[in-house]
Each structure stands twice: as C-alpha cells, then as structure tokens.
Design a protein around this ligand. Sequence first.
Ligand code: SF4
Ligand code: SF4
Length: 153
Amino acid sequence: MKRRDFFEKSGCGLFTTMLAYFSLTSCKKEEEAPAVEEQAPAPKEEISQKEMVKKMLMEKQGMTEEEANAKIAEFEEKLPMVKNACICKACPTFVAEETELAFCHPLIGKSKIITEEKGCDCPKCPVYQQMGMKNGYYCTRKSEMEQEMAKIT
Ligand code: SF4
Ligand code: SF4
C-alpha cells in the first residue's frame, strides 16, 4: 500500500516495470548476403524518459495514447514539487556538474553524470518520507518505481 501511496501522491501510479521495456530491442540476425559494401550500423535511437514512460503506459498498462498523455501530464504537474523539496544537492554522492534533481521521480530517473555512490541522503528527504519510499541512490540506480518494479520481475 505504501508504494501505491507514493505512486498516487507523486503521480507515479499504474506502472509496470520499466526494466522490461529496456529489453525491447531488436536483435535480428545478420543473414549471409552478397554484400557489395559494408553498411555502418544504424545509429541507436535515443528515447527520452517521457517517451519511455508513455510507451510503457500504453504497452504494459493498456492505456490509450490519450490516457497515457493525461498520465504524463499528471507526472509533469507533480515534478516541480518533488524538485523543490529534493535535497540531492547536499548529498555526498551529488556532483557539481549535475544540473538535474528528483532522480526518484519516474520522469527523471537515473543521472547521466553521477556514477560513484558515496552515501545517499534520500531517507532524510521529505519527499522520501511522505511517499514512504523504500529504496535510494536514485541517481545511480533509477527511480523508485523502476527499483520497486525490478524486485517483482
Ligand atoms: S527522495 Fe532523493 S531524489 Fe527524491 S526528491 Fe528526495 S532527495 Fe531528491
Ligand atoms: S539520489 Fe540519493 S544518492 Fe543520489 S544525489 Fe540524491 S540523495 Fe544523493
């Protein structure tokens, strides 16, 4: 129930695992072909966290695009509140080069800059406490939702 509370309060409800989503990549076998010239592999498509969440809502939760867009809008509405309360900047793991906050939120997730874990202040954060979160190191280990979902998949 606590996790559900967090999802409801932070706009993170109705999620299944994002980790499964990450595995939805194509791995076609190369066929023997009379290759005249070698082709460079197609550049890997980058997908934003928001696009990923939207796709997941549609594919894993069966939402229509309209419903998924509405849910994303809810997430976005709650995000400033989470960022305002975030205490990551005072954490020993935070680095000066990082400009993002609220890594626990599903639309933020793992940092692209922080890699070294030196302690996590998340349990001291009001968001963490109010939402009854259970994990930490969101900057290096992904959002609360992703970590929770990883436990049951
Ligand atoms: S729980 Fe951690 S990542 Fe989330 S807002 Fe608080 S300090 Fe930031
Ligand atoms: S998510 Fe946790 S470990 Fe990472 S910077 Fe914020 S408080 Fe520190």
